[in-house]
Design a protein around this ligand. Structure first.
Ligand SMILES: Cc1ncc(COP(=O)(O)O)c(C=O)c1O
Length: 370
């Protein structure tokens, strides 16, 4: 691809020496699981995310599973989830034995609609998963109000939104407990699998620390049937190197997004990202919508421009959830988003020239089709 969908070329070369140094220290440490690098990254990430505690875990899905487990969500409980999220959000609910109850998003922001969420509450509803999709913060004030009114627990899925804010407060710091992912392509990405749980609650953090480590605090003494969901020590070391750069990388993402917004305004039937007044967007993904999505994607591929679809099939129509008995038409907003959304290339280090090339190709596509 002339312009790939994602590239680390603007991030990794600058930090290579520091990453190698971290590896070398890790190598020489003789301590490869839950060591000093994990402790130090957890402390740094908690501070950065404006929370009291962070627990490094194996990946984003496990972070959500551990969060729900720590809250005591179990079989018979219902958890509100967006109808248009990545399937991991739903799977986490299923894994603890609870039922994911889909709520349609706000068609402007693509984030769970608090008004529609209220309509989906039943006596069994225990929690709501606030997924900050594509990097934009959910309406956390309305979700907080809902939580107080209906006694709901809030779990933020912050996998795509490191550093986004609502009313100036960071995502991953609003919920009772929150999960995030450091999958390599995320805004803060490991060089392998990693994730974290964040919370201000000392009881919950203790539960997660124990659950991620075989249910044990003291070696070979097991309090509960836990899991092996520990963060990899090497990934913690590498994430510790990357974290101080995240603020700048985020600014670059926002600048690129703003160039796209300027250059794509009024082109064809394109619908551009919409940010609520009190929310910030860290542009994990720059997603546009058009009725001609598949043709546009094909055209851009021919021009050597990489794009992706997030996500082509909503969770309720995935084979994995066939047992829930959903039909096409059950969640029309999620289905429309799946049919019309296209993610454009965006990564820190992408040049203004590259953005122009992408937008010129999009303009040419719509010009050719009138
Ligand atoms: C919204 C959302 N939730 C959860 C996850 C799961 O993260 P991981 O792939 O690290 O398990 C992802 C990442 O793909 C995601 O995008």
């Amino acid at each position: 691809m002339k312009i790939p969908f994602l590239s680390f070329s603007g991030m990794h070369p600058d930090i290579k020496a520091k990453m190698y140094e971290a590896f070398s220290q890790f190598y020489d440490s003789n301590w490869y699981v839950l060591g000093e690098f994990t402790k130090s990254f957890e402390k740094a990430y908690a501070e950065w995310n404006q929370v009291n505690y962070c627990v490094g875990v194996s990946n984003g899905l496990d972070a959500l599973v551990l969060s729900l487990k720590a809250l005591g969500i179990e079989e018979g409980d219902e958890v509100l989830v967006p109808s248009n999220t990545y399937i991991a959000t739903w799977l986490a609910v299923s894994y603890v034995g609870a039922k994911p109850v889909a709520v349609e998003p706000d068609i402007r922001t693509y984030n769970i609609c608090p008004r529609m969420a209220e309509e989906a509450i039943t006596p069994k509803t225990k929690a709501i998963m606030a997924v900050h999709l594509y990097g934009q913060a959910c309406e956390m004030d309305a979700i907080k109000d809902l939580s107080k009114k209906h006694d709901l627990l809030i779990v933020e899925d912050n996998a795509q939104a490191h550093g986004a804010t609502f009313l100036g407060k960071k995502t991953g710091s609003w919920g009772h407990i929150n999960g995030t992912s450091f999958y390599p392509g995320k805004n803060l990405g490991a060089l392998g699998e990693a994730g974290a749980v964040t919370t201000d609650n000392a009881t919950l953090v203790h539960k997660v620390q124990v659950l991620r480590n075989y249910g044990s605090q003291k070696k070979y003494y097991n309090e509960v049937p836990g899991y092996n969901m520990r963060i990899d020590e090497l990934q913690a070391a590498l994430l510790g190197v990357k974290l101080p750069y995240l603020e700048n990388w985020t600014m670059e993402r926002q600048q690129i997004a703003s160039l796209y917004c300027q250059q794509l305004q009024g082109i064809g039937d394109l619908i551009l990202p919409y940010t609520l007044e009190n929310a910030s967007h860290v542009y994990h993904l720059y997603v546009v919508r058009t009725k001609q999505r598949d043709k546009l994607q094909e055209y851009l591929t021919q021009q050597g421009i990489g794009t992706m679809i997030h996500y082509p099939i909503p969770p309720h129509l995935q084979q994995a959830y066939a047992s829930l008995g959903f039909q096409k038409g059950d969640f029309p907003i999620a289905e429309e988003l799946a049919e019309t959304s296209l993610s454009l290339p965006l990564w820190p280090g992408m040049t203004e020239g590259q953005v122009k090339e992408v937008t010129a190709a999009i303009v040419a596509f719509f010009n050719e089709r009138g």
